[in-house]
Design a protein around this ligand. Structure first.
Ligand SMILES: Cc1cc2nc3c(=O)[nH]c(=O)nc-3n(C[C@H](O)[C@H](O)[C@H](O)COP(=O)(O)OP(=O)(O)OC[C@H]3O[C@@H](n4cnc5c(N)ncnc54)[C@H](O)[C@@H]3O)c2cc1C
Length: 466
């Protein structure tokens, strides 16, 4: 009998397995694919060389749980954090600015950058500064889930220039525009990353393929009696009399287990435990929609970008990364990754159309690319990249609890308080284990004369005199 089986080897599953090992359990992690990472995975780029991520990822300094996970695996040095937020922002008309922190205390630390932004007028800056003060003081963010962020910001997000300002952050962090994202989620990101503390938005860009960040998990878990199995899909979570009994793999092996954590999107739960997913307290999660992310990867014969990482103001290009410079790739050329979030419009276009649509924008924003030869390219596409946290979706994000004893949920879509990111995934993995520990205490307590009343998915305990 296994102490704990984790289904899914993305960030959430790895975090769950490590947290389980910390409890003295010997977890078995089942991953369907050939590598760990899930939505944050990579494989060798046979066409252009180096490693190809399923999509460019970045983290911010405020993503502390993900950072702790990498530290634990000894790979945090592969995602070095910049000392502070300091990003080149260009537009397609040749204007340039630096989105950077000054030594002033938060939220004034971003004030000088705002004042110097050439893309904004004086009245835009005043409106945005007013919204920053509102964002700083707003209480109970959950109450904002009924509206989108643009509506909540009101005049501060009115007009294309102001909208472009907020979109610079919301599209990259929430995978939705300011007009689409729930105000609760958007306001959380802006506060946590940009307004509450200096240094919180310092950017970390992986210097290696994403799967390498999680690779050591197999050895770390093995040292604690655990195991990682790659290419091992779970077919069914086995449930009997309201309690989890184990997992049956796609190869037909039955693995008895005292605890199971399903760590992945709601669709994974529906696949491996359809009856459980259909339970009234869990079924709403299946209504969470998804938003695609595309990456256009371009190999030029010479350097074309003005910085290893830059943002393009009010442009479909959004954010540009030099894989060559960030990952230390050899050769004279430059591999440029155009990271295209909230990419619903591009999702079904053939790769050639995506390339042809974006190349003129790149030439306008980074003119050196116009003089360079394109020697290779491809498009990566994740149609279900993240859950779409539009207004009203807070109720669709579940906690780790399920009505089945010993079965818990993890995944970046769950109710971690964070947007659908690696940070959310890392937090969810730990939360799933903490939930299993708490409910285990709960059933031990029951045998000692403590009455426990499960209400919905959150067990409530009431102690009585014995
Ligand atoms: C292109 C792109 C760019 C992104 N950019 C960022 C970013 O910059 N910063 C950031 O923080 N986040 C970013 N994200 C989001 C982030 O990658 C995800 O939110 C996070 O990695 C999800 O982790 P997870 O473990 O919850 O789920 P997943 O990564 O989906 O993991 C689920 C795992 O379960 C496995 N699986 C499925 N079925 C089975 C089965 N039957 N049996 C066993 N295993 C199974 C899958 O193969 C997968 O490995 C991005 C996502 C994408 C797609």
């Amino acid at each position: 009998m296994r102490d704990c089986v984790v289904v899914g080897g993305g960030v959430a599953g790895v975090a769950a397995a490590l947290a389980a090992a910390d409890r003295g359990w010997r977890p078995l992690l089942l991953e369907r694919g050939p590598v760990l990472g899930g939505m944050a995975r990579s494989h060798p780029d046979r066409q252009l060389g180096g490693e190809l991520d399923c999509g460019q990822h970045v983290v911010l300094a405020c993503c502390t749980e993900h950072r702790a996970l990498l530290r634990r695996l000894g790979t945090d040095h592969l995602v070095p954090l910049a000392p502070r937020l300091d990003v080149l922002v260009v537009d397609e008309r040749g204007r340039r600015a630096r989105l950077g922190e000054s030594p002033l205390a938060a939220p004034l630390h971003l004030g000088p950058a705002l004042v110097r932004m050439p893309f904004l007028g004086h009245r835009d800056r005043l409106a945005i500064a007013g919204a920053v003060l509102r964002l700083r003081t707003v209480r109970d963010l959950d109450r904002l889930d009924g509206v989108d962020l643009a509506t909540w910001l009101g005049a501060a997000a009115r007009g294309p220039r102001r909208r472009a300002f907020w979109d610079l952050v919301t599209i990259a962090t929430c995978n939705l525009t300011t007009a689409e994202v729930s105000a609760a989620v958007g306001a959380f990101v802006l506060r946590e990353g940009f307004l509450l503390r200096r240094g919180a938005a310092a950017i970390g860009v992986p210097r290696a393929g994403l799967s390498r960040l999680l690779e050591p998990a197999a050895a770390v878990l093995a040292a604690r009696g655990g195991e990682v199995r790659l290419g091992a899909a779970a077919d069914r979570v086995l449930v009997e009399d309201g309690a989890v009994r184990g997992v049956r793999t796609a190869a037909g092996e039955v693995i008895p287990a005292a605890r199971v954590i399903v760590a992945g999107p709601p669709a994974l739960l529906a696949r491996v435990a359809p009856e459980v997913a259909a339970e009234p307290v869990l079924a709403p999660a299946q209504r969470l929609d998804v938003t695609p992310i595309l990456n256009l990867v371009l190999r030029f014969d010479r350097p074309v970008l003005d910085a290893p990482l830059l943002a393009v103001w009010d442009s479909p290009l959004q954010w540009l990364f030099s894989r060559s410079r960030l990952c230390g790739e050899a050769g004279d050329g430059e591999t440029v990754v155009c990271s295209l979030s909230a990419a619903t419009e591009l999702a079904d276009l053939p790769g050639e159309k995506v390339r042809d649509r974006l190349l003129p924008h790149l030439q306008a924003a980074q003119p050196r690319s116009g003089a360079a030869s394109l020697i290779g390219w491809h498009v990566t596409r994740e149609r279900a990249a993240t859950a779409s946290l539009r207004p009203g979706t807070a109720a669709l994000r579940l906690g780790p609890a399920t009505p089945v004893t010993g079965l818990a949920l993890a995944g970046s879509w769950t109710a971690t308080g964070w947007p659908v990111t690696m940070e959310g995934a890392a937090r969810s993995g730990r939360a799933a284990v903490e939930h299993l520990v708490a409910t285990q205490r709960w059933s031990h307590a029951r045998t000692r004369g403590i009455v426990c009343l499960p209400t919905g998915t959150r067990p409530v305990t009431t102690e009585i005199a014995t």
